[in-house]
Each structure stands twice: as structure tokens, then as C-alpha cells.
Design a protein around this ligand. Structure first.
Ligand code: NDP
Ligand code: 8X3
Length: 249
């Protein structure tokens, strides 16, 4: 039977690459994000994979609930949820931090993940079957200078993943965390608010991870048999040893 994966943040980067990888694996997909045109373009590219698009902001709980409630019958049985939407906003010492950035990170990376999970869980609970992959970060497992609130948001993802794994165990729902290191996506453009030059510097002098590298790991995790649960995985770039420790040429 065709399995269904629900991917948040599929309009770019890791989420987009994961959509491509899971389409190649034979999943049908629910792809979500705020940029509808990007999602439409991806759906066209992935034809003939069966795809349903949902456009919402993960921070808007009512919009998330309405979007999930609007799913047509053939997309209602969600087997895999990839909680990927999110990102960093700003890179400043805490004393200079912008509370608007703090809100954006905590509301998307933490509460957004909760909003989407809560909307999707009733179906998994009913069927006593499901697999949730939360995209955390190496930043959730170590703290670096000026990373403060982003690191805290991803530390919350790490804690929530463990908590969900425990609470959902009796329901036969597996919950895992993928912690990428430096992946070249729109992440740094968002963090630096469209400063493409500064964003490009983050990936200079070494070979960063590509979003497809993370997608391949996710693909492997969600295709393991029922007796295998990869609970947590950290993926660095080849020349990376810690969040900010990178061997640049
Ligand atoms: P991108 O900026 O390329 O992609 C982010 C995706 O999240 C986009 O599809 C965006 O879609 C979506 N998104 C962001 N905020 C919201 C929101 N409020 N509501 C709905 N969708 C949202 O970055 P990445 O692919 O790199 O990031 C994906 C995840 O990976 C994030 O959680 C990030 O923190 C994490 N990560 C990234 C790393 C990296 O080095 N790149 C390393 C470790 C973790 P749209 O704008 O259309 O809404
Ligand atoms: C993104 C990786 O190290 O820039 O989560 O925070 S890092």
C-alpha cells in the first residue's frame, strides 16, 4: 500500500530535498509551507507522484488545524510526519537580541512543531501507527556564541523529541530526531535577513552538506522495518567537528 508522508517546510532546502527523496521511494506526499508557488513548482516536478499541497504558517495553530482537517480522504492516513519547517533569525549576543527574532524562532521551531504534531497525531493514534521525524540541529546539542535563542529553540526540539518518543510509545508511534550540521540551503539567507553575501560566507572554504545528504538519511530512517527505530542521528559536513568548528581551506 502507498504510504503517505507529511512534510513541513517543503518549499526549500531540507524539506524540499526530502520530498524528492520520498517521492522516489514511492510515498505520496502532503507538502506544506507558506510559499504556495514554490510548492506548486515542486509538485509539478515530482509528477506523477500523488501530491496534496497545504499552505499555512506553522505558527498559526488555527490555520494548521484547518489545513489538516481539509485533507481529502485519500491523504488522511498519514504514516510519516517530517517536522522540518523553521530556521534561525539573527545572530546577535543576547544583550543585543531582537525580541521579534526570538518570537519567530520559538514560535516556528518549537510551537510550530507542536501545532503540526497535535493536528496530525489523532489519525496516528487511531491507527496505532506512525513515524515522526523532528529536524533538530547540532545547535540543539551545543551552544555557540550569539546562537542563544536559536540554540535554545533546537534544544527544545531535542527535549520534545525525547518526550514525544516516551509518550507515544504505547501508541506504536516512533519519534526520531535528525540533527544536521552545516547544510547549504536558504537557512543563512533567512538568518541574515536577505544578506546573500554574508550568507554565502557561511559555506565558503569547505564542502558543506547538501540538503540531499540529509534527505537520504531521512529516507533511510523511514524505510526501516518495524523492528528498527533510529532514534537520533547527527550529520556533520565532512570537515566539521562541532557547530562552529570547521576546517576551511
Ligand atoms: P530553508 O530556509 O531552506 O527552509 C526552511 C523551510 O521552512 C522553508 O520551506 C520555509 O517555507 C519553512 N518555514 C520556515 N518558517 C515557517 C513557518 N513559520 N511556517 C511554515 N513554514 C515555514 O532552511 P533549511 O532547509 O536549512 O531548514 C530546514 C530545517 O532544518 C529548519 O528547522 C532548520 O532549523 C534546520 N536545520 C538547518 C541547518 C542548516 O545548516 N541549513 C542545520 C540544522 C538544522 P516558507 O518560507 O515557504 O514558509
Ligand atoms: C543550523 C546549524 O550550526 O548554524 O542549525 O546552528 S548551525
Amino acid at each position: 500500500m502507498t504510504r503517505t508522508a507529511f512534510i513541513t517546510g517543503a518549499s526549500s532546502g531540507i524539506g524540499r530535498a526530502t520530498a524528492v527523496a520520498l517521492a522516489q521511494t514511492g510515498f505520496q506526499l502532503i507538502l506544506t509551507g507558506r510559499r504556495q508557488e514554490r510548492l506548486e513548482e515542486l509538485a509539478e516536478q515530482l509528477a506523477p507522484t500523488r501530491i496534496h499541497l497545504l499552505t499555512f504558517d506553522v505558527r498559526d495553530r488555527a490555520a494548521v488545524d484547518a489545513a489538516v482537517a481539509s485533507l481529502p480522504e485519500e491523504f488522511r492516513q498519514i504514516d510519516v510526519l517530517i517536522n522540518n519547517a523553521g530556521g534561525a533569525h539573527g545572530l546577535a549576543p543576547i544583550q543585543d537580541g531582537d525580541p521579534t527574532d526570538w518570537d519567530a524562532m520559538l514560535d516556528s521551531n518549537v510551537k510550530g512543531l507542536l501545532n503540526v504534531s497535535q493536528a496530525v497525531l489523532p489519525g496516528m493514534r487511531e491507527r496505532q501507527q506512525g513515524h515522526i521525524i523532528n529536524i533538530g540541529s547540532i545547535a540543539g546539542h551545543e551552544v555557540y556564541a550569539n546562537g542563544n535563542v536559536y540554540c535554545a529553540s533546537k534544544a527544545a526540539v531535542a527535549a520534545l523529541t525525547k518526550a514525544m518518543r516516551i509518550d507515544l510509545l504505547p501508541l506504536n508511534i516512533r519519534v526520531a530526531e535528525v540533527n544536521p550540521g552545516a547544510v547549504e540551503t536558504e537557512f543563512s539567507q533567512v538568518r541574515f535577513k536577505g544578506d546573500t553575501e554574508r550568507a554565502a560566507k557561511v559555506y565558503q572554504g569547505y564542502d558543506p552538506l547538501k540538503p540531499e545528504d540529509i534527505a537520504e538519511v531521512i529516507q533511510f530512517m523511514v524505510t526501516r522495518p518495524a523492528n528498527v527505530h533510529i532514534a537520533e542521528i547527527t550529520v556533520f559536513a565532512g570537515s566539521q567537528g562541532a557547530a562552529t568548528l570547521i576546517n576551511r581551506r
